[in-house]
Structure formats: structure tokens, C-alpha cells
Design a protein around this ligand. Sequence first.
Ligand SMILES: *Cc1c(COP(=O)(O)O)cnc(C)c1O
Length: 223
Amino acid sequence: MIRDNLDTIRKQLPPGVQLVAVSKFHPLEAIREAYAAGQRVFAESRPQELAAKAAELAAAGDCPEIEWHFIGHLQTNKLKLVLPYVSLVQSVDSLHLLKAVNDWGRAAGKRIPVLLELHIAAEESKQGFFEEDALEVLFRAEEYGNVVFRGLMGMATLSEDRDVVSADFGRIRAFFDYLRSLFPEYGDFDQLSIGMSDDFPVALQHGSTMVRIGTAIFGPREY
Ligand SMILES: *Cc1c(COP(=O)(O)O)cnc(C)c1O
């Protein structure tokens, strides 16, 4: 079933769009099944859960090519659970967190790839940068020498109304294009992570380069 779901989704993705399988709340067995079906990039939203899953798979020698992204709200005291395992932190949603990630990277002698999470939804999420603050960060990018800015992440308003969702994605896409034109020297700033199970077709219309899909691959989550 997971294999079939992956096939169905992959058929809808244009070349170059990365599928990130959101495995939060699903057991390792589900991850192994998706991996066996060719999926390599997975994402989690809770630090402990990510660390436990990544450590267990690594210890078992399973899924050697697996890659992890973090997509949840990250408190600075949890960085050590997350940063050793991930190839991308998609959810850098505040200056405070950005500075802490940069400090961690400096101490570890690494550069940590990140996306800036933008506040685009009408109401529910209070997380994320406003455009002017994200702009300010990029103007001062050289202050964050241990971070690699790879692009933007955003979640649309939870709405059945396609026009609302489309407007949210349209705004983040326009801002993404604006940043790319303003900072052509940041060649790595090329990822726009928009689109989840219910809205990824709309996100693709707005130039998503990365979709984060859980339910449509693994089924409903049991919280
Ligand atoms: C849970 C989650 C997803 C996946 O949501 P689905 O609707 O299950 O596809 C994507 N992005 C973020 C940030 C999430 O927390």
C-alpha cells in the first residue's frame, strides 16, 4: 500500500521536485517499507522521535542511504537531538533559533543547511518569519557562516478553499523569486518547500521544488 501510494504521488511530480516522506507518528516498519519502495528522504517534526528513529535505523544498519529533514518547531535546547542526524532543517522559524543553529554548527565545525519558515497562513500557525524579517536575515547572511540558506518553507492556511491556499502559495512563490533576484550570489538558495498531502497539486502549480507528504503515503496518523 505504501508502495502504491508512493507510485501514485511520484507520477504527479514534475522532474526535479523532491518528495519528502513525512513519517511522524508512524512506526519504523512504515519507514522501512517506504525505503524498500525507493524513498530516501524522510521528515519528522518532533526531536525525540527523530533521534530515536534515526539512531535505531543506524544501529540496525537498515536504510543506509536514508536522509532526514526536520520540519517541526525546534526549541534550542533540543538542537543536539536533531542536528547530528539531519541534512536539512526546514523549519527555522525565528532569529533566536537561527542563531542557535549557527552556534551549534560553529562548535561542530559544520555548515547546517536550512530553510527559513515563512509565516504565510492567515491565522493558525504563529510560527515563522514575516517577509521583512526574512529579508533582514538574508541581508546579514554573512553573520551566519555556519548555516547554508537553501530556501523557504511554508504552510498554507488550512482551508478547503483552493483560492485561499493558492493565494498563500502564490505569495511565498513571489517572495522566493524576489529573494533570488535580490541575492543572485546565493546560488544555493534554490528550494521552495510547499505542499502537503491535501494541497501539493496547488503547490506544484506555484513552483514547489519540495513537497512534504505524510498522510497520502502512510495513511492517517494516530496521535
Ligand atoms: C505533518 C506535516 C506535513 C505532512 O502533512 P500531511 O498532511 O500528512 O501530508 C508536512 N509539513 C509539515 C510541516 C508537517 O508538520
